[in-house]
Ligand binder design. Structure first.
Ligand code: PLP
Length: 396
């Protein structure tokens, strides 16, 4: 797979060599249980502490505010589910129409009537055609019945960044807990939780060059928290289960690298992304950018190639070893535009042909140049065989 051009880093990332190296001893000789009383276990516990410190340094918070989980989805579940019993008289959850299913489906589960569910009401805020939220809409939704607001830091499909720090301030003023799913933002944009009104923040290891199966949840000091996974006393009684030390060490190292690479994300990764985007928009007719051109992650570009199906584009790119992803999902045998594209009101013919390119610090200029050379002829070929493409061409 060495010839693969991997532009699907919002789906998952390659494990960094330094991360692999850091976790290796904990898969071999250092296998002790960090909760054990003996020295053999104790020396492992020290590395869990170091990893917690590394995560805290990337987030600008105190290590005691970081708890390790198994993934971003678990962190999202833990945060939102904890916020409700903490405030039992409040029955509303405010979120957006473009959250990842880890948040959306958690909220909808909590909306089901008792005894299966919890009888809460979920308010999903709309976004505009560039994927942005309206702050007055947010303010209007924040009444005295709201227990928690969960709004993502950056969108996984478009990269659009929401003003979560401002929204967190609005929540604090009204005594409402604020959680952000920062799974796509951590390691791509600077985050400093010191002094921020954010109560809880989720992150996931496999989006920042650690392996799959590890995540973290920031819980602000003083924020009341009820554990989601219950059992032993690990993580100071906030997340039970014997710690996956190799994965925790890997996440710590990945956070240390991510902090060192933040400037590269802002300059090198952004420059490659912009080069790709500019060239594709210039060389492919009827191509449009989805999402705000500036308020977005430096690594993400979501482009619609009208009148053709994203899936067909992906299959043809795959023949060249180029990996990206599309904004449609196969639901009950038919291709449906994603909930994000629908929420933005992207026309059907454009949403179907949307492709997400998501880069990382490991991409090179030569890779981007190959995509710039290969993709426009693919688009031309697919338009020639598409009935919608031929109809559009005939109108010109
Ligand atoms: N939230 C966002 C915004 C994501 O993009 C993802 C994964 O794609 C998740 C949550 C879930 O993270 P994990 O795969 O670690 O469960």
């Amino acid at each position: 797979m060495s010839d693969v051009i991997y532009l699907d880093n919002n789906a998952t990332t390659a494990v960094a060599p330094q991360v692999r190296e850091a976790m290796e001893p904990f898969l071999t000789e250092l296998y002790g249980n960090p909760s054990s009383i003996h020295t053999f276990g104790g020396q492992v516990a020290k590395h869990v502490d170091i990893a917690r410190q590394q995560v805290a340094e990337l987030l600008g918070c105190h290590p005691a505010e970081v708890l390790f989980t198994s993934c971003g989805t678990e962190s999202d579940n833990a945060a939102i589910r904890s916020a409700l019993p903490v405030n039992p008289q409040r029955k509303k959850i405010v979120t957006t129409r473009v959250e990842h299913p880890a948040v959306r489906n958690t909220c909808h589960t909590l909306e089901r009537p008792a005894p299966i569910g919890f009888d809460n009401r979920v308010i999903e805020l709309p976004v505009d055609s560039r994927g942005e939220l309206s702050l007055p809409d947010v303010g209007n939704a924040l009444d005295e019945n709201v227990a928690v607001v969960s709004i993502m830091w950056a969108n996984n499909e478009t990269g659009v960044i929401f003003p979560v720090e401002t929204i967190a301030d609005m929540c604090r003023d009204r005594g409402i807990l604020f959680h952000t799913d920062a799974v796509q933002a951590v390691g791509k944009v600077p985050i400093n939780l010191a002094g921020a009104a954010i109560d809880m923040l989720s992150l996931s290891g496999h989006k920042l060059h650690a392996p799959k199966g590890v995540g973290a949840l920031y819980v602000r000091h003083g924020c009341r928290f009820q554990p989601f996974v219950v059992g032993g006393h690990q993580e100071h009684n906030r997340r039970a289960g014997t710690e996956s030390v190799p994965l925790i060490v890997a996440l710590g190292k990945a956070c240390e690298l991510a902090k060192a690479n933040l400037e590269k994300e802002r300059t090198q990764v952004r420059a490659l992304r912009d080069r790709l985007e500019k060239a594709l928009l210039a060389s492919c007719p009827d191509a449009r950018l989805n999402g705000h051109p500036d308020h977005r992650l430096p690594n993400t570009s979501n482009i619609s190639f009208e009148y053709i199906e994203g899936e067909s584009i992906l299959l043809m790119l795959d023949e060249y070893g180029i990996c990206a992803s599309s904004g449609s999902a196969c639901t009950t045998g038919s291709l449906e535009p994603s909930h994000v594209m629908r929420a933005m009101g992207i026309p059907y013919t454009a949403a179907h042909g949307s492709i997400r390119f998501s880069l990382s610090v490991y991409n090179t200029q030569a890779e981007i140049d190959k995509v710039i050379a290969v993709l426009p002829p693919i688009i031309r070929r697919l338009r020639e065989i598409s009935p919608f493409g031929r109809a559009a061409a005939a109108k010109e």
